[in-house]
Write a new protein. Structure first.
Length: 396
């Protein structure tokens, strides 16, 4: 039992070593073999196809699954061969372009002309990367079953964008790839242009429920608890306030703006209309670079001009009630609304102003009058669906 376990551990360690080795070598195949083969493919087929390197592997059985292959063998010497395995779909793609769609292709019925086209193409590909292979010497020992590297490529028709597999098997002893070793320590400069999704909060303001239900397009909501020099970044559980350079293009003059917050009508207000809720404004999910994130962490002033074109969501209790674009009014951030969701809510469960009014409405429905001045479509009597929002004691 002990010997079996040691043998198993050795095999596992060997597999991990081989896998990591191939990871490091992939870039060498990508930068040497692939451009040379693409050039050969363009010359042979007048730039009809694109080649893409999909994998570098030692497991041929996994690559073969689910398809049939036409095999071209190129003999190097009595111990070394290079194999091209063209899948049925890849042959069909090539022949349709080279010979036209003359018939439904089946591998078992391949003609001598079709065989010559595929074999000639594979031979031309081999000539393109033969210069990267090590010379065959007399010291090379007889090959073993597992010393072959398999390159899986996709050959894709540029016009239809349809692709299929082409597998090239090369004796490992003929390959001298450069392995890219990982750095022990990475610096932020290695990844500073990579992007990460974040939320950026603009500010908050108090809003009465009556004003909330009266929001309309083109209204401008000013966020009293905002600072044009500060914003708040949120990424998962991380929150950080950071300094920004305000964009002068966002400044909007308030002199010619209509009143954006409707004044309260005390003659018709009730308890619900007076309740204040907190409304927040934040950008829809945006992406900033890791370099910008590092600068935020260091407390530097950030230029996020690329973010300003993103839309802003207005939220109450984590519910989006409207969207719009960012503006600056009187040293505060605001949002010019261009889409309102609150007015589109289902009004089937409206909260009425008082029990008496509800009772009176039921009586009027049971005994309708003939009063011609009654307008059943009067929108002024519609009520906002307050039940969407949970109110804390301090809001009342």
């Amino acid at each position: 039992m002990g010997g079996d376990r040691i043998l198993s551990e050795v095999k596992t360690e060997t597999k991990i070593t081989l896998k990591n080795e191939l990871y490091g070598q992939y870039n060498w195949f990508y930068q040497t073999f692939l451009p040379a083969m693409q050039l050969a493919c363009d010359e042979f087929f007048s730039e009809l196809f694109t080649l893409k390197l999909m994998s570098v592997s030692k497991n041929i059985n996994l690559l073969f699954e689910g398809d049939e292959y036409f095999v071209t063998k190129i003999r190097l010497d009595k111990n070394h061969d290079v194999f091209f395995r063209s899948s049925t779909d890849s042959i069909k793609i090539i022949l349709d372009k080279a010979l036209g769609k003359t018939r439904k292709f089946k591998l078992e019925n391949i003609t001598s002309l079709e065989t010559k086209v595929i074999s000639s193409f594979n031979d031309y590909l081999f000539q393109s990367f033969d210069k990267f292979l090590a010379p065959i010497g007399t010291e090379n020992k007889k090959r073993k079953n597992f010393d072959t590297i398999h390159l899986t490529l996709f050959i894709k028709d540029k016009e239809s964008n349809i692709g299929a597999k082409l597998i090239i098997s090369i004796p490992q002893v003929l390959l001298v790839p450069t392995t890219i070793l990982p750095k022990e320590n990475f610096d932020i400069s290695d990844f500073k242009t990579s992007k990460v999704p974040v939320n950026i909060k603009i500010g908050t303001t108090k809003f009465s429920l009556k004003d909330l239900k009266c929001l309309e397009k083109e209204d401008i909501v000013v966020f009293e608890n905002s600072n044009i020099h500060l914003m708040k970044l949120i990424h998962e559980n991380y929150t950080k306030e950071f300094r920004v350079n305000p964009n002068p293009a966002l400044i909007t003059s308030s002199e010619n703006q209509e009143e954006t917050i409707m004044t309260e009508d005390h003659t018709s207000q009730n308890l619900w209309d007076n309740i204040q809720v907190e409304m927040g404004a934040e950008f829809e999910k945006v992406k900033i670079t890791l370099g910008e994130l590092k600068n935020i962490e260091q407390g530097l002033v950030i230029d996020i001009s690329s973010v300003y074109d993103n839309r802003i969501s207005l939220r109450v209790e984590d519910k989006v009630i409207a969207k719009g674009e960012l503006v600056i009014i009187n040293d505060r951030y605001g949002v010019r609304i261009d889409e309102v969701f609150a007015t589109e809510k289902n009004q089937a469960e409206k909260i009425t102003k008082a029990p008496e009014e509800h009772h009176s409405q039921e009586q009027s429905e049971e005994h309708p009058t003939d009063d011609s001045d009654t307008d059943s479509d009067d929108d002024s009597n519609e009520e906002f669906d307050y039940s969407d929002f949970e109110l804390d004691d301090q809001d009342i």
